[in-house]
Design a protein around this ligand. Sequence first.
Ligand SMILES: Nc1ncnc2c1ncn2[C@@H]1O[C@H](COP(=O)(O)OP(=O)(O)OP(=O)(O)O)[C@@H](O)[C@H]1O
Length: 210
Amino acid sequence: MDLTVTNLACARGGVTVLERVSFGLSGGAALILRGPNGIGKTTLLRTVAGLQPAVAGEISMPPEAVAYAAHADGLKATLTVAENLAFWAAIYGTDRAPHAIQRMNLAALADRQAQNLSAGQKRRLGLARLLVTGRPLWVLDEPTVSLDAASVALFAEAVRAHLAEGGAALMATHIDLGLAEAEVLDLAPYRAETPAGAEPADDPFAGVTA
Ligand SMILES: Nc1ncnc2c1ncn2[C@@H]1O[C@H](COP(=O)(O)OP(=O)(O)OP(=O)(O)O)[C@@H](O)[C@H]1O
């Protein structure tokens, strides 16, 4: 699997926030997006995942190759952990639910309704969906929110296993997952000029003089 992003521009609320972003990502590799709050990490990730159109540029991989995990876990509240995973396995046409349960240490919670899980357990289940998809490119937006140290380590191990199987990961994270092989892309140089008509409040650097 090879992802090539070329001269990408992406927008939020109709305002272009990043432009001329280019990078490549091969199977087995991880790329971490860096930049201050509001630079456009979420916007870029959503664009690569095909959840919103690019303003300009090319993304070589189709959305069907991407498994996206964001802040919302997308759980079915009244289904159990096992039923949620079986639901996703049916959606993605895989038989990987047992693998996901084992990898994300969810066996003891398999019969609990999602609505009765703790925040961290919900997050763990949400991330288990990635494993169910069987898709090569994981696009991750702050995947470790709500996770304790043990669960962060569990997830980091799942990402490592995904990379070892030839998959790739593109992520925004403030927590070091300890992926020695990960490269970092600083988005600061790609910040778009504030367009005419944009509200000053929309500019994350408004009022910053140094
Ligand atoms: N309606 C809008 N019009 C203009 N700009 C907007 C609008 N909605 C959001 N934005 C801005 O788009 C920018 C990109 O937001 P995004 O969530 O992608 O940033 P981020 O780098 O992921 O931030 P964080 O690190 O805080 O999660 C932000 O500066 C935000 O204020």
